[in-house]
Design a protein around this ligand. Structure first.
Ligand SMILES: C[S@@+](CC[C@H](N)C(=O)[O-])C[C@H]1O[C@@H](n2cnc3c(N)ncnc32)[C@H](O)[C@@H]1O
Length: 264
């Protein structure tokens, strides 16, 4: 089982986009870590709308990406209309890649493995298509640098309310440590790099709005009537817990990349 992002393809960039300086820092880090040259062949599983890929493609590199969401891929291609580029996108499942063995120099996955139930197979496929000696860059997603207890409480409360209605948050795929454990078991050498950090502005009201607009997968499994009740309960609880929807949840976020070597 996987989670397609078809339903949010039109709002993904507006709701998940990285600040420009963060995006530049992430791109520079990736190109430096991989010592990229014009011949380097990049590959990304779950490329989405190209949050990571697009800036690399715009710098002229050869890049191939797969995604199960046709709409996410269409959004990415739309952004390249009229521009000469070396991006190939294919609608395909991460667990069955339509590429030859030993084909790409660099593989990336960013914020995808939590969505794929057979993530072990997706990992095996990446290993198969990566050239011997190739580099794999793994990022579970951007996270708060320090624990943000106020935000954590909000997310936990959302989960508790959904569980109370017998619709607990589904666990689709892997947590980060599970992926890293397998990579270590398979003999890989791992190095963690913080590619970027930035101050993320957030209030309780904005976070509530985020869930109310079904921006993230957390509430996608709820029937409409339950969804409405969950949001109402969450709003009532938030007003009690934080006193105001303007309560500040801002914090420093980071993009962490695990550099995987000696694996393929
Ligand atoms: C959270 S988005 C991340 C997109 C991109 N990597 C980024 O960082 O912006 C996850 C993407 O993975 C795709 N996806 C989920 N399961 C997949 C699978 N089994 N095979 C390929 N893509 C998948 C979704 O459709 C979505 O576009």
């Amino acid at each position: 089982m996987s989670v397609s992002f078809d339903r949010v393809s039109d709002i993904y960039d507006a709701t998940r986009g990285l600040p420009t300086s963060t995006s530049v820092a992430v791109t520079d880090t990736i190109l430096n870590l991989t010592s990229a040259t014009p011949d380097t062949k990049f590959f990304e599983t779950g490329i989405g709308t190209g949050r990571i890929a697009l800036p690399i493609v715009q710098r002229g590199y050869s890049y191939t990406g797969v995604d199960i969401s046709e709409k996410m891929l269409a959004e990415l291609q739309r952004k390249l209309e009229g521009i000469s580029h070396r991006l190939t996108t294919v609608k395909a499942d991460a667990t069955s890649l339509p590429f030859a063995d030993n084909f790409f120099d660099v593989a990336l996955t960013v914020h995808v493995f939590h969505l794929i139930s057979n993530w072990q197979q997706a990992l095996a496929e990446i290993r198969r298509v990566l050239k011997s000696g190739g580099i794999y860059l793994y990022s579970h997603g951007s996270v708060y640098e320090n624990s943000n207890q106020d935000k954590f409480d909000f997310e936990q409360k959302l989960q508790d309310i959904m569980a109370d209605y017998d619709f607990p948050l589904p666990r689709y795929g892997a947590i980060e440590e599970e992926v890293l454990d397998i990579l270590r078991e398979q003999g890989a050498t791992l190095e963690t790099v913080v590619a970027a950090r930035w101050q993320s502005e957030l209030t309780v009201g904005k976070l509530l709005e985020h869930h109310q607009n079904k921006v993230s997968r957390h509430t996608w499994h709820l029937p409409d009537d339950i969804f409405a009740r969950v949001i109402q309960n969450l709003r009532d609880w938030s007003l009690q817990r934080y006193g105001s929807l303007d309560y500040d949840l801002s914090g420093e976020r980071i993009v962490k990349i695990v550099v995987v070597r000696n694996w393929a």
